[in-house]
Write a new protein. Structure first.
Length: 341
């Protein structure tokens, strides 16, 4: 299996005062799955085990560690203090084992049954994920996806531990901590309900600042960047409401005269009904950069290489104008360069 994985397992065994011969590595997969899913049935489905087999494996884990590990509650299977202490070393061990097993392993998209674990924003799940699935069924019909919403407080650690394969979106908090490929860059726009008295094409800075604003405070929104830009210029806007996700914005805009500042592509998507007026942002601001992030520890994983190129190829094939004059997009190339964020 390789020295890296053995070393990690030995460290875990030292923690629990066990003999390595007592540890079935499949049990570690069960621990890892239950820890993340907080549900025995879903954990079993994730790793290809029935519910009874997963329950039996959990009972073996409890015996090995002499601890309940997970307690059933109304919120799911919650980890005990012992399970929480084991989570980090076991996560590192599983990541190291996976790295050893996948190193230089040929990845055949047409036959692979691998599951890729993605973290995305709500707008990414709503808009981009269906396109990704549509393409995936043709080029990799047996590959599976597990998708969750971005959690800014945990995404870097989960990438590092191999609990996630990719984080996709505008994720500036990952700069300097992961590798990434840029999918596209886009300018920002303002969106408000169409009504009499609005300018035809351009919203002035004074009009923009005088309006009441909706702030989307999700991890990959523009809120914090726009606030920094305004503060740097000695400007202020009135925030009427802060919301956690992009998808609620159209409902609010339909019923108010408020304005939302969004990446241009997001604004165009949310304006599918044509009910809203979209204007260029009347202040200078950096472009939003949508990226595919992964941890450099898995650079040699052929599956990781394939999937990140596949994601960029889907973006390129969609051919949506995400930023007008200010946009920069990457077409997929075999020699596509990656950068450290």
């Amino acid at each position: 299996m390789g020295n890296i994985s053995v070393k990690c397992i030995v460290n875990i065994i030292i923690i629990s005062a066990m003999d390595i011969k007592d540890v079935d590595l499949n049990l570690l997969r069960v621990f890892h799955a239950v820890l993340e899913e907080r549900n025995i049935t879903r954990a079993g489905e994730r790793i290809g085990l029935s519910q009874p087999a997963t329950s039996y494996a959990l009972s073996r884990l409890r015996s090995l560690f002499d601890d309940p590990l997970f307690v059933r509650t109304s919120d799911g299977m919650l980890p005990t203090p012992t399970a929480e202490r084991l989570a980090l070393p076991l996560g590192r061990a599983m990541a190291s084992i996976q790295e050893v097993l996948n190193h230089d392993k040929v990845f055949d998209a047409k036959t692979s049954t691998r599951m890729f674990r993605l973290s995305m924003s709500d707008i990414g799940v709503q808009v981009f994920l269906p396109r990704l699935c549509e393409a995936l069924q043709h080029v990799a019909p047996r590959v599976r996806l597990s998708v969750e919403l971005v959690d800014a407080s945990a995404v870097e650690e989960r990438l590092r531990l191999g609990q996630l394969d990719f984080a996709i979106g505008n994720l500036p908090m990952l700069r300097g901590m992961t590798n990434h490929v840029v999918m596209f860059r886009e300018t920002y726009a303002c969106m408000t309900r169409k009504r009499p008295g609005l300018p035809a094409r351009v919203l002035s800075r004074e009009q923009f600042l005088a309006m009441s604003h909706i702030a989307v405070t999700s991890t990959d929104s523009s809120h914090f960047l726009i606030e920094e830009t305004l503060n740097g210029g000695g400007l202020q806007r009135r925030l009427a409401i802060s919301v956690p996700h992009f998808t609620i914005v159209p409902e609010i805009l339909e019923r108010t005269d408020w304005v939302a500042t969004l990446p241009k592509g997001v604004a165009q998507i949310l304006n599918a009904s044509g009910k809203f007026a979209i204007y260029p942002l009347p202040i200078e601001a950096p472009e939003a950069e949508s990226t595919v992030h992964w941890h450099q520890a898995f650079d040699a994983d052929e599956g990781i290489k394939w999937f990140r190129q596949f994601v960029v190829s889907v973006v390129d094939a969609i051919g949506i104008d995400h930023g007008g004059r200010g946009a920069t997009r990457n077409a997929l190339r075999p020699d596509l360069k990656t950068r450290r964020s």
